[in-house]
Structures are given as structure tokens and as C-alpha cells.
Design a protein around this ligand. Structure first.
Ligand code: C5P
Length: 246
């Protein structure tokens, strides 16, 4: 089965890794209608403040607030409530915060969404950052096991806590799917069409491969944002996703 054009567009989340509101909104103006959502990370959020979320939404864009919360359960639950009230479509937490922290976040997102009559954001856990090597993981973080095993442990813990999914490397998709089932959301960065530069990403997959492996959403930054014609780049990726057998 292949995806419709609309379904393919909805799989794409554009990473707004830019320092200013003006640059972010310029991208949003060009790409709304071409992709599914926009990801704001800590650079843009901290530079421009939470109003940037509302401004993107006002232009018709869905917003993924990627602030990777990691603190004591009460603090994270309250911060999650704030982001839910801002009507984020997706938000992130660190799995390393533990089951209690993740459960508190899931509970407060549900409560806040119900009390406001808005849709609950998709809550996803970040497991082991893909920038961490196996050696760093063992020696600096001090966890003596393969990263791939820890990713599965944390993905299952996130699911048990009531989260909707995880952010993961495309190479981890199959094992997470197997462990957490078909409905679990898997969001994958590290996506590179064959025609785009790899930049600093190493464990990459093409959009089509990632969708075929079972990715729910693809976070794509520079293969769209660093192109001269960003609309054309997004459309090419949509066409590639539509070729995926899934
Ligand atoms: O430009 P590029 O497509 O590499 O952007 C990928 C986006 O996904 C960036 O916002 C980056 O911070 C994010 N990300 C990542 N790898 C992770 C987690 C997040 O590349 N493991």
C-alpha cells in the first residue's frame, strides 16, 4: 500500500533550526501546506520566546515543541501543562527522567487538554541521543550495556508511562516497532534523500527507507531548509514518500 499525497505531507516535520523569528516565519510561510508540522527546538524557543508557537499556529502550521524536558516529576508535569495549553501538537521529554517523571507528564497533559477542551499533544520520549557513542555511553554515562538495548528499555518504559512514542534513529525503528507495537509513534531525524548532503548526520536513511521501516514522522531540517528552492525540495520528498511500500 502506498500513501496519498496528503498522508505523505503529514509525515514531514520541518526542523526550524534558525535563530530568529523572521527566518522561522519565512520558512513557515513557504512550507505550510507542503508539510505536516514545524519543529521548534531550544535555540528558537529560547531566542524568541513562547509567542513563536502561537505565531506559527496563526499561519496554519502545527507545532512540535522540542524542549526535551528532564527534571523532577512535579516540575515536568507543570511545564507539560503549559506546553499543552499552548496547543503544541507534539512535545518531547527525556526518558532518562524515569517512569515517575514520564507518567506525571502524561497525566498532566491529559488533564490540561481535557480541562481546556483541546487536543492532547503527542508526548514522545527522547531515549539515547544519537550523538552519544557506545564508548561515551559506557564510560561517561556509566551504563554498561549496548545502546540499542537501552533504547528498547526506555521505549517500553515510555509506553508504560502513557507516552505516545519516542524519537529515535531510523536504524532503531524496527526493534522499537517490534517491542512497542504498531500504534507507537516513532519520530525519526537523520533523514537524507540521496540528492541531499549528509552534513553532520551519520546513521541516515532516505525518506522512503524510513517510511518503509515504520517511521511515523520524519524530522527533516537541512535537506529542505538549506536548499535554494525549499518548496521544490519538500515536494520531491513528498513524492519519494509516496513511492514507499508500507
Ligand atoms: O538538518 P537535519 O535534517 O540534520 O536536522 C535534524 C533535526 O533533528 C535537528 O533539529 C536535530 O537537532 C534533530 N535531532 C537529530 N538527532 C537526534 C535528535 C534530534 O538530528 N537524535
Amino acid at each position: 500500500m502506498s500513501l496519498t499525497q496528503q498522508q505523505a505531507k503529514e509525515k514531514i516535520i520541518v526542523a526550524l533550526d534558525v535563530p530568529t523569528r523572521a527566518e522561522a516565519l519565512d520558512l513557515v510561510d513557504r512550507l505550510t501546506g507542503e508539510v505536516g508540522a514545524f519543529k521548534i527546538g531550544m535555540q528558537l524557543y529560547n531566542a524568541e520566546g513562547p509567542d513563536i508557537v502561537r505565531e506559527i499556529q496563526a499561519r496554519g502550521g502545527k507545532v512540535f515543541v522540542d524542549l526535551k524536558f528532564h527534571d523532577i516529576p512535579n516540575t515536568v508535569a507543570e511545564a507539560t501543562r503549559v506546553i499543552t495549553r499552548r496547543r503544541a501538537s507534539i512535545m518531547t521529554l527525556h526518558a532518562a527522567g524515569g517512569l515517575k517523571m514520564l507518567s506525571a507528564a502524561a497525566e498532566s497533559a491529559k488533564e490540561a487538554a481535557e480541562s481546556m477542551g483541546v487536543e492532547k499533544p503527542i508526548l514522545v520520549a527522547v531515549t539515547v541521543l544519537t550523538s552519544i557513542s557506545q564508548q561515551e555511553f559506557n564510560e561517561e554515562i556509566g551504563i554498561q550495556r549496548p545502546i540499542a538495548e537501552q533504547v528498547i528499555t526506555w521505549a517500553k518504559m515510555a509506553q508504560k508511562a502513557g507516552l505516545d512514542g519516542v524519537v529515535a534513529s531510523p536504524k532503531e525503528i524496527r526493534d522499537i516497532r517490534e517491542a512497542c507495537g504498531e500504534d507507537f509513534v516513532i519520530i525519526t531525524p537523520g533523514i537524507r534523500p540521496l540528492w541531499a548532503a549528509a552534513n553532520d548526520q551519520s546513521r541516515i536513511m532516505t525518506p522512503r527507507q524510513a517510511v518503509e521501516a515504520g517511521s511515523t514522522y520524519l524530522v527533516i531540517g537541512r535537506p529542505i531548509t538549506a536548499q535554494e528552492n525549499q518548496i521544490e525540495a519538500a515536494r520531491k520528498i513528498v513524492a519519494e514518500i509516496m513511492e514507499a511500500e508500507c
